[in-house]
Design a protein around this ligand. Structure first.
Ligand code: BG6
Length: 615
């Protein structure tokens, strides 16, 4: 998903926009571009100057570093290619034929082909293969008979699909225009300056005061202020909200990569997720965000969890927890499938949406589907004020702080911690005993320091990686609570080291995947000391019998395992349902050091983006 930004203020627009693009780069890095409005000596119609470059933002920066652009108004874009390959001509911003209008877009315009051919029949000349380029040409077309604002809103009504758009117009100096339908858009309200961006990470260094645009809203921003309107030009009064995180949190703070920083932040991010949200002596979870639906939650008979990527794997762990300790049947659905299937939902069904960004289009669409079907919708979301957070009936924020690295780590364990609290919340509404509630919460409160103990072993994990870095294929296996961790471990090494890895419930091995066992196909086995570790031991024996090389994650009291596997990393002992919060840490570090050894850009892996805001 692309990152878009617009600036109007007193400062040098080029610098603000380039820095903003760097903050948004985790949304896509196939190409980058900038357009600024510059005064002309001879007329009050200003000049639009555009620069684009293929690849990462630093390439664009190198290109325009020495070019003096006197301007305090501009727009910029970092791209995740959907329509048209990564190239300079397909890079945004796009302009109209007369180069009077410039536009950046995040989203997909589904009817762009027919719009484009209509415009080409009218003589418009297109310079790119993108869907987005129809926007400036449509505005140009309508401006033959109407003002820019009228032409812009008429264009918006014609577009099908999803979009967040920021635009400038040479004959409307001192103004920036924006609109939103499904793709996120935030307006930062500063002191005499305004920043429009895909998310708050590009705004927080300038101001903590923001306005979130909703669907079918447009913004007109000038040096003196802003107005938010509907597409039919009806004025809208919007609440200004304040961001709860600082600029430092969005910096690497001395770490080589955001991913390593975020892995090492997990003791704190879990502490922040659970702080003030449980009463140990009563064995109760206290989730303020669910207070308004507490009664409804008491009546639900079924829970459906919808999510994507790493959030899908936390949902799978949540299913084990809620079914075992709250006695509620749970279905876990890929949001991208759920939105198109005939889901059977009723008012005794809770649909839980788990999303770090709160903007993943598939999860947002699944949420809207669930609402249409009358289900109670609850969210576990990290980004405050994001669409999923604002559209669910209720929910809980992770408070994990900004997660910048594309591969999710601290958001995952923070989601697991909140799923534990939700399980206790629902369980204690039902038949979970006081002592069970107290035991789970006591063990949960000790997880942060247990993770710290594992992080102190990161160098030994790096040494293990050195023995495996030459392999191109991996199997990851685990059972019960840790079968989703096998899937997550495999996903991590796929995401950032581009290695073929398959995660599997260990019991399934003998029904097929064991055929893959070979000396060049190592197996990562997750076998904490729990109710199924004996079953795992016989599985390990079977794989060793066929020559497998095994790297194992196990609990520190299981020294016997070291005799039969090739390498082992131990994690502290905890309750079975909490082992995923520990067993995933060595797998995150394994993938991180593996990618590092292979010299890959760990934070910006190829072809991926932090939040997928299009289908
Ligand atoms: C992908 C990210 O785009 O979306 C993953 O690269 C993430 O890290 C997945 O797990 C789901 O995102 P979210 O924000 O809905 O949890």
């Amino acid at each position: 998903m692309c990152g878009i930004i617009g600036y109007i203020g007193k400062k040098d627009a080029k610098e603000i926009l380039l820095n903003g693009l760097k903050r948004l780069e985790y949304r896509g890095y196939d190409s980058a571009g900038i357009a600024v409005l510059q005064k002309r000596k001879t007329s009050n119609i200003e000049k639009i100057t555009v620069f684009k470059e293929i690849g990462k933002v630093e390439k664009l920066e190198q290109k325009i570093d020495r070019i003096r652009l006197i301007s305090s108004v501009g727009i910029a874009h970092t791209r995740w290619a959907t329509h048209g390959k990564p190239s300079k001509s397909n890079a945004h911003p796009h302009v109209d034929c007369a180069e009077m209008i410039s536009v950046v877009h995040n989203g997909i315009i589904e009817n762009y082909r027919e719009l484009r051919s209509e415009l080409e029949e009218e003589g418009h000349v297109f310079r790119s293969e993108t869907d987005s380029e129809v926007v400036p040409h449509m505005i140009e077309n309508y401006m033959k008979t109407m003002s820019f604002v009228q032409a812009f809103s008429k264009t918006l009504k014609k577009l099908k699909g999803t979009y967040a758009i920021v635009a400038i117009h040479a004959a409307s100096p001192g103004k920036v225009f924006a609109a939103r339908l499904s793709s996120p858009m935030v307006l930062g309200v500063g002191n005499g300056e305004y920043i429009l961006a895909s998310d708050a990470s590009a705004i927080v260094e300038h101001t903590n005061t923001v306005v979130y645009l909703d669907d079918y809203e447009m913004a007109i921003v000038s040096h003196d202020g802003y107005s938010i309107r509907s597409f039919t030009q009806k004025e809208k009064r919007k609440k200004e909200m304040s961001l709860d995180w600082s600029m430092d949190q969005a910096k690497k703070e001395g770490f080589d990569h955001f991913m390593l920083k975020e892995i090492c932040e997990q003791p704190r991010s879990i502490q922040d997720a659970i702080r003030g949200r449980y009463i140990s002596e009563n064995g109760l979870a206290r989730l303020g965000g669910l207070a308004s639906v507490e009664k409804q939650l008491r009546g639900i008979k079924r829970c459906v969890i919808v999510s994507c990527g790493t959030s899908y794997f936390s949902a799978l762990v949540g299913k084990y927890m809620i079914e075992e300790y709250a006695g509620i049947s749970v279905d876990v659905e890929y949001a991208s499938e759920f939105r198109y299937k005939k889901a059977i939902l009723d008012d005794q069904t809770m649909v839980l949406c788990i999303s770090q960004s709160g903007e993943t289009a598939d999860t947002l669409a699944a949420l809207r589907e669930a609402k249409n079907k009358g289900a109670l919708t609850v969210g576990i979301v990290n980004v405050v004020g994001s669409s999923i957070a604002r559209e669910t009936d209720s929910g809980v924020y992770n408070h994990a702080g900004p997660e910048v690295s594309v591969a999710s780590t601290k958001a995952f364990t923070s989601q697991l911690a909140l799923l534990v609290l939700l399980t206790v919340f629902l369980g204690r509404q039902r038949s979970m005993s006081l002592s069970t509630g107290k035991r789970i919460l006591k063990e949960l409160s000790e997880i942060p320091q247990k993770i710290q103990k594992i992080l102190e072993k990161k160098d030994s994990i790096r040494n293990v990686v050195k023995k495996y870095v030459s392999y191109e294929n991996f199997l990851y296996v685990g059972r019960k609570y840790n079968s989703p961790i096998a899937l997550e471990g495999a996903l991590k090494i796929k995401e950032i080291a581009y290695v073929h890895a398959e995660g599997y419930p260990a019991g399934e091995m003998k029904h097929g995947p064991i055929a893959l066992i070979h000396k060049n196909f190592p197996v990562v086995v997750i076998v904490p000391d729990d109710s199924v570790s004996d079953k795992m031991m016989s599985g390990i024996e079977e794989m060793k019998a066929r020559g497998a090389r095994i790297f194992c994650i196990s609990t520190e009291n299981r020294s016997d395992i070291a005799e039969i596997v090739d390498d082992v990393v131990y994690i502290p002992k905890t309750l079975e349902m909490l082992t995923p919060l520990l067993s995933v840490i060595p797998l995150q570090l394994f993938a991180y050091f593996f990618a590092l050894e292979r010299g890959y850009d760990v934070d910006r892996p190829r072809n991926l983006a932090k939040s997928v805001t299009v289908e």
